[in-house]
Design a protein around this ligand. Structure first.
Ligand code: AMP
Length: 404
């Protein structure tokens, strides 16, 4: 008997998100979240497909306790980790460097390599590693697969991936553009081709992943040729709390003239910049409400956000030469009609236009929002990183005979 279920784990520093997916029919028997791990007021939320959602409050001191609490809840629904239905556990790992271009079955050597990448992903890889190690201890016999946020971008040519800094220095410190949100860009570019009724190999897409973190990518025939995040997720678009692109000299200036330390500037640019730094809010709903009420700071923040987005759309149009579709995804991209409208306003000369009526309609699935006769399709494509991780994980364990 072979299992068809995949448990997807996304382990952050103080949270674990989990989804159990059944690859037979794409259903989700259970989803949940453990938050505030190692802090006061830890909380577990668990939602089985058949049954009431449950919430537990109480101490969850570490990831081991978090995964055991998750396992106990799954057990109560008859979906426990020892179920023969479970084929593998798929882990989101943020940084795979240049070494991991594909999803990879975890062994000791893979764990060591993910650990070696901690200097380029100090915030994410340690938590991802802890999640994998803990899950492995709970089910040592089950294949554990690492799916990397950077993998989809490893097809970028050197011209896009290299910074124009001294080559020896860059290489010594593994400094280059890696890109992130790769599972989302992979999923959304493929789903966009499907929406157009064409093969991914035949379609060029600009994917705009606009969530609290935000990134754009240029995808030619299913392969990423450029993306806006770089060595870290700080580069590129204006985000909820990150600045995106700045002159690197801003950092020296803040050190020399502002008297700030590297850590303080790191916090400033990652946590106190972007929309929240510009207007005090990082939720696009609230920003739009303020703009509509005549708030000038919110209006300026919105304009800066849109200006940057437009620059990337133009840049990736030029990188691709021919664009078949622009796809909006993630929290802002899927839900904010004003952002989609403003980002493409005035780009009719490039064949880009949004139909006001279609753009205003809310919907759950992938849909076109461009006029019927538009040269370039504009789409809203809900992202599904868990499904992508589960699909990649299942394909790997099935093909490699790793299935239990
Ligand atoms: P994500 O990181 O993909 O979960 O996106 C989170 C962000 O999406 C939030 O910070 C909001 O700015 C934005 N968002 C969520 N729902 C809406 C909505 N209905 N309208 C506009 N923005 C939204």
């Amino acid at each position: 008997m072979t299992g068809t279920r995949v448990l997807v784990l996304n382990s952050g520093s103080s949270s674990v998100k989990y989804q159990l997916l059944d690859m037979r029919d794409g259903s989700r028997p259970a989803v949940g979240l453990v938050e505030r791990i190692g802090e006061s007021g830890s909380r577990l939320q668990h939602s089985p497909a058949h049954g009431e959602s449950r919430e537990r409050n109480g101490s969850v001191p570490d990831h081991d306790a978090a995964l055991k609490a998750m396992a106990a809840e799954l057990d109560r629904d008859g979906l426990g980790l020892d179920s023969p239905e479970l084929a593998a556990i798929g882990h989101r790992v943020v940084h795979g460097g240049l070494r991991f271009t594909e999803p990879t079955v975890v062994d000791d050597a893979v764990l060591a390599e993910i650990e070696r990448l901690i200097p380029v992903a100090p915030l994410h890889n340690p938590a991802n590693l802890t999640g994998i190690r803990t899950a492995r201890a709970l089910r040592p016999d089950l294949p554990q697969v690492a799916v990397f946020d950077t993998a989809f971008h490893t097809t970028m040519p050197e011209s896009a991936a290299r910074y124009a800094i001294d080559v020896e220095t860059a290489d010594a410190h593994r400094i280059r553009r890696y890109g992130f949100h790769g599972t989302s860009h992979a999923y959304v570019s493929r789903e966009t081709a499907r929406l157009l009724g064409r093969a991914p190999e035949d379609v060029n897409v600009i994917v705009l992943h606009l969530g609290n973190g935000a990134s754009a990518s240029a995808v030619r025939g299913g392969r990423c040729v450029d993306t806006s995040m770089g060595l870290t997720p700080l580069e590129g678009l204006v985000m909820g709390t990150r600045s995106g692109d700045t002159d690197p000299a801003v950092i020296f200036h803040l050190m020399r003239v502002g008297g700030m330390s590297a850590d303080e500037i790191d916090t400033l640019l990652n946590k106190r910049s972007g929309l929240i730094g510009l207007c005090g809010d990082n939720d696009m709903r609230e920003i739009r409400r303020r703009v509509d009420a005549g708030d000038e700071r919110a209006a300026l923040a919105f304009d800066i956000y849109i200006h940057r987005l437009k620059k990337y759309i133009g840049a990736y149009y030029a990188v691709l030469g021919r664009v078949d579709a622009v796809a909006f995804t993630a929290g802002v991209g899927e839900n904010s009609a004003p952002v989609r409208e403003a980002a493409l306003a005035g780009l009719e000369g490039l064949g880009l236009a949004v139909d006001g009526g279609l753009n205003a309609v809310r919907g759950d699935g992938a849909r076109l929002i461009s006029p019927a006769d538009a040269r370039v399709a504009v789409a809203v494509v809900p992202t599904d990183e868990e499904m992508e991780i589960a699909t990649q994980t299942y394909a790997l364990v099935k093909d490699s005979g790793n299935l239990t």
